[in-house]
Design a protein around this ligand. Structure first.
Ligand code: NAP
Length: 345
């Protein structure tokens, strides 16, 4: 008897992504795309994942252990981001679900934005723009909107992975001195990396005019920069955070900004996101905030979507995603009839 055709795999995509990538996915699976501008509420997400084989998720989708437990068919969570702090990695691994992500392709775009925030904060670009629009530009002023020099200043990079290492390439053009804090021995931990010199956190904080954060959010890095670290910073330093909001203790940052110990902050990420309308940070004029747009260039988002789709298709083909955040996972079988993990076969 001929075997009945394998039912089409179902993929839930939690927001509209690049159309070319979606078309590729549609050629291989039944695809449902959440149509709203806002993320799907948890009830809808749970409903969709209860019968999905794969989900393409965003940083705004919290995929925790209870949600994972309520998704019996799910085999891959493909996150449209390099960071996977919105996903319970251990719960996914225990359940035999691969977690895909999109490292590499967003490195340069995010470093561009970090450098843009550095420039905007140092030279008070956003403040100047607001003044012009408000009709407050009455004349050239010898003491108007004086900022900090970027050229010849010292940049301190916390977290020397892909994005951290992209920062010195920009800094060199401005004649900056670059210090960095790294961790593992397989990274350029000691000595020099191009123009950059490895230092301890305390030396970095004491010497840097600009401190730029590029670590992932983990239990270890949560509130890595708090009151103690601000008190050790060079007076008048500027903090740039394009990593994740909770890496910085936001209350301590507000206090440091108010006291002017910290001359400014350029933030693409906050805690929470979006930032509360009444958050004290929004009352401060020495802060520039962008709405988590580090990777938001047309070309970069297209590449991220292509990788997110490829990560799903890898799992449908019985292998781990090329870009897998939990490579030790043993993929759960495609259906109840299979008893062995797929990557054992
Ligand atoms: P990556 O290549 O994995 O680099 C992260 C680096 O941080 C690694 O070198 C890692 O060292 C280091 N690190 C981790 N914990 C540390 C600690 N406690 N102390 C010192 N260093 C530590 O990741 P990436 O592509 O550069 O991205 C970094 C983060 O940026 C992502 O996780 C994401 O949260 C954020 N991001 C934000 C945007 C945005 O839109 N704003 C866009 C892209 C990325 P080990 O190798 O030793 O672990």
């Amino acid at each position: 008897m001929p075997r009945s055709p394998r039912p089409l795999r179902k993929v839930f995509v939690t927001r509209a992504i690049d159309p070319a990538a979606l078309a590729q996915l549609r050629a291989a699976a039944e695809v449902e795309v959440w149509p709203g501008e806002m993320p799907p509420p948890i009830r809808q997400l749970r409903g969709a994942l209860s019968h999905a084989d794969a989900v393409i998720s965003m940083v705004t989708d919290k995929i925790d252990a209870p949600l994972i437990a309520s998704a019996p068919r799910l085999r891959v969570i493909s996150n449209l981001a390099v960071g996977v702090d919105n996903i319970d990695l251990e719960a996914a691994t225990r359940a035999g679900i691969a977690v895909g992500h999109t490292p590499g392709v967003l490195t340069e775009a995010t470093a561009d934005l970090a450098f843009g925030l550095l420039m905007a904060t140092a030279r008070r670009i956003a403040e100047g723009d607001l003044q012009v629009r408000a009709g407050k530009w009455r004349t050239w002023g010898p003491m108007t909107l004086l900022g900090r020099d970027v050229h010849s200043a010292t940049l301190g990079i916390i977290g020397f992975g892909a994005i951290g290492q992209a920062m010195p390439r920009r800094a060199i053009g401005f004649g900056m001195r670059v210090l960095y804090l790294a961790r593992r021995s397989n990274k350029p931990k000691a000595g020099r990396y191009g123009v950059a010199t490895a230092v301890s956190l305390s030396r970095l904080l004491a010497e840097a005019d600009f401190v730029s954060i590029h670590v992932p959010l983990t239990p270890e890095t949560r509130h890595m920069i708090g009151a103690r670290e601000f008190s050790r910073m060079k007076p008048g330093a500027i903090l740039i955070n394009t990593a994740r909001g909770p890496v910085v203790d936001q209350d301590a940052m507000v206090a440091a900004l108010k006291s002017r110990r910290l001359a400014g902050a350029g933030l693409d990420v906050t805690d929470p996101e979006p930032i509360a309308r009444r958050d004290p940070l929004l009352q401060l004029d020495n802060v520039v905030i962008t709405p988590h747009i580090g990777s938001a260039s047309i070309a970069t988002r297209g590449r991220m979507a292509a990788i997110a789709v490829a990560n799903v298709l890898d799992v449908f083909a019985g292998r781990l995603p090329e870009f897998c955040a939990n490579p030790r996972v043993r993929l759960r079988p495609t259906d109840a009839a299979s008893s062995r993990p797929a990557n054992d076969r």
